[in-house]
Design a protein around this ligand. Sequence first.
Ligand code: GLN
Length: 552
Amino acid sequence: MSKVSTGKVGKPRYIFITGGVVSSLGKGLASASLGALLQARGYKVRLRKLDPYLNVDPGTMSPYQHGECYVTDDGAETDLDLGHYERFTGVSAHQSDNITTGRIYSNIIEKERRGDYLGATVQVIPHVTNEIKDFVLSDAGEDVDFVLCEVGGTVGDIEGLPFFEALRQLGQELGREQVLFMHVTLLPYIATAGEVKTKPTQHSVKELRSIGIQPDILLCRADREISKSDIRKIALFCNVRESAVIQGLDARSIYDVPLAYHAEGLDSEVLRHFGMETRKRINLRRWRAISETLHNPDGEVNIAVVGKYTVLPDAYKSITEALVHGGIANKVKVNIKWIESEEFSKSGSEVLSGMDGVLVPGGFGERGAEGKIQAVTYARENNVPYFGICFGMQMAVIEAARNLAQIEAAGSTEFGPTDEPIVGLMTEWLKGNEKQTRDAGTDLGGTMRLGAYPAVLDKGSLVAKMYNSTHIEERHRHRYEVNNAYIDRLEAVGVKFSGMSPDGILPEIIEIPDHPWFIGVQYHPELKSRPFAPHPLFAGFVAAALKQSRLV
Ligand code: GLN
């Protein structure tokens, strides 16, 4: 049965963020920035994302299609926008903050098979729309003042319709006092005419109104100043207040966006809509500090990221951002050189010369693996700081097994059968650890070790020094593990297993003490890094790279 609210006014207030004209307008960043601004005014926020695609979650999607898959503490594989939300607000996202059409239909079909609908004909309206409304209204946590809910895609997309309809209904049921619609659009500049055009925005709003939604705020993305007369025109044709037409200009850094949108009056307009106090002070000190550091670095470092999806930097969004945060911690600019591992295995290590640090990120499958292993060899032999993340740790261990421990056939069962499974499926070598051993089988969704797991670090290790702690909790997303049967042979050649799962079974961290900075971690530290709290390993890696840059 639906839990849909009866429309009483009270907490929380809902802000629905939709997009028009084209995709990739930075709706996720706009939502995250608005969340940060409301927070800076002292309000408690929660951000949610509605994705109209049919995958149950983005876990099975290629990073080429949809960018990185962001993992939450509670093990949900979610849209990368949730990463922006976390980085900008510091509020940890949950499974309950991202839903897709696929999940909605799968819930409904499950209920239908159970007979929950008591013989009713199950339909898009009301069953799908009710399911969406239940998701939006589901408990956001105590004392949350604002729930910001972003709809993926662009108004007019067929698959988005049930979402827009559900939000329309909520707008009607809860009323203007509790709901605000913000529409993000584009004002393109036509060079031959020398003009910024408002027509696509007008059409997009017309489309939105044709499905019953009147936007309250228009965030107009543009690459140059929008004239007063254009603002007036948009306000008139789109039926919004002039002050509600907010100019969203391209920013130098994504971390400048909250400051820029505040200067354009976005947060005041939101509060005005809800009849809330707009004069209350806003504390943007931490955003100013970050912006100041980013634009006035004391130096720079060059980091090579050797990966497989390098043509689409969104595939490594959190890694990129965590490196920026590491730069903030050291007051330096981090230049990232993306290196396609397959190319690299052909062209040789030349491309890495001059790099102050090498990072091998997470990855799946055999393609490009040998190139990554070569990158590890280069970093290890040339004393260049090395940071291996998940797959990057697995490749580092295989490299050490082959080249230091002389286990020539060292490999991962991810690439097929091997005589020396340095990395393997837990089911292959770890019997009876039920919680973590759901086999891949034929269902590729949710068969991984996902979400936050604790690890215990060796006192005196480099990682314990970086974390300033021996007990940590980090997020995982992988099927394979480093095989603990090889620990002794690897430790004998200088690879230290400095972090293990609390039961001592699963290797979580390796390091090479006889190297300036060589760390591999089985988890994804990048997911927990924030501009205000750079992850200690990224801060440490960039610091080591800085030292390296001063050597040459
Ligand atoms: N493919 C490896 C595994 O499944 C590594 C995954 C990753 O890097 N996220 O274990």
